[in-house]
Design a protein around this ligand. Structure first.
Ligand code: HEC
Ligand code: HEC
Length: 188
């Protein structure tokens, strides 16, 4: 009898630990970031198809408050290192965001594309801007988030895990940030 009770208790504890699947645990995250990988929330990045090593570093930086963002510092606080890996790997496999249905204004698209070539964004972020390893996917990211985060690298309120983006942004003017964000959000 006693042995049966003990076994039952163990079974219940094991069941409780496994009660939440990764799908259930990540649901509150995707309420802000978009269930299908594409964010519909202002200034909130799409996560679909993001490079897992990049996401892992960013979640770590949010948890340690090395990257400051009110909701994200709170959300990352209780996550263990294993959780960070679990979430990053899951996010990498959500479908990548799609460009908006309508084509962009050709003059602005051309200006944005020229800036990408001039500043060699494609050398680090991949020719299709899909990213690799610790360099993020930026293709078809939300325009408002792109403009906000590029401005934050430039004024040093967003610190990358290295100085690449602060260096890249130093010679780029505000109007050019707008053209870059416009183009990258709409590229096909
Ligand atoms: C209340 C809305 C909200 C919730 C809930 C939320 N996030 Fe975020 N998340 C944001 C915002 C806003 C940003 C952009 C922060 C910034 O501007 O630097 C962000 C940024 C991120 C980034 C960085 C993406 C990039 O491209 O750099 C990752 C990764 C991320 N969140 C993952 C998560 C995970 C995992 C959870 C759940 C544990 C979560 N988020 C929950 C709003 C939210
Ligand atoms: C020398 C390599 C390099 C070059 C060149 C480069 N980037 Fe980056 N970029 C990075 C790295 C590394 C990160 C991640 C930094 C961090 O930890 O925040 C990054 C991050 C970003 C982010 C943040 C994405 C997100 O989801 O939050 C954006 C947007 C971005 N880069 C756009 C650009 C644009 C636009 C250009 C060209 C004007 C460019 N990058 C050129 C290496 C580069």
């Amino acid at each position: 009898m006693r042995k049966t009770m003990t076994m039952l208790a163990f079974a219940l504890i094991a069941a409780a630990a496994n009660a939440e699947t990764i799908e259930q645990r990540i649901a509150p995250c995707l309420a802000c970031h978009g269930e299908k990988g594409q964010s519909e929330t202002e200034n909130t990045p799409s996560l679909g198809g993001q490079q897992a090593p990049y996401t892992l570093i960013q979640l770590f930086m949010f948890r340690e408050k090395l990257r400051v963002s009110e909701p994200m510092n709170e959300m990352a606080k209780p996550l263990t290192d294993d959780d960070l890996r679990l979430f990053s790997d899951f996010i990498a496999n959500i479908p990548k965001p799609a460009p908006p249905a309508e084509n962009g204004d050709p003059a602005r698209m051309q200006r944005g594309q020229a800036l990408v070539q001039q500043h060699r964004c494609d050398a680090c972020h991949n020719p299709d801007l899909s990213g690799k390893e610790n360099v993020p996917r930026i293709a078809n990211q939300r325009e408002d988030y792109l403009a906000k985060t590029l401005a934050e690298y430039k004024d040093n309120s967003r610190h990358g895990y290295d100085a690449s983006m602060a260096d890249v942004m130093a010679p780029i003017a505000a109007a050019q940030i707008a053209d870059l964000a416009y183009y990258i959000a709409r590229m096909r």
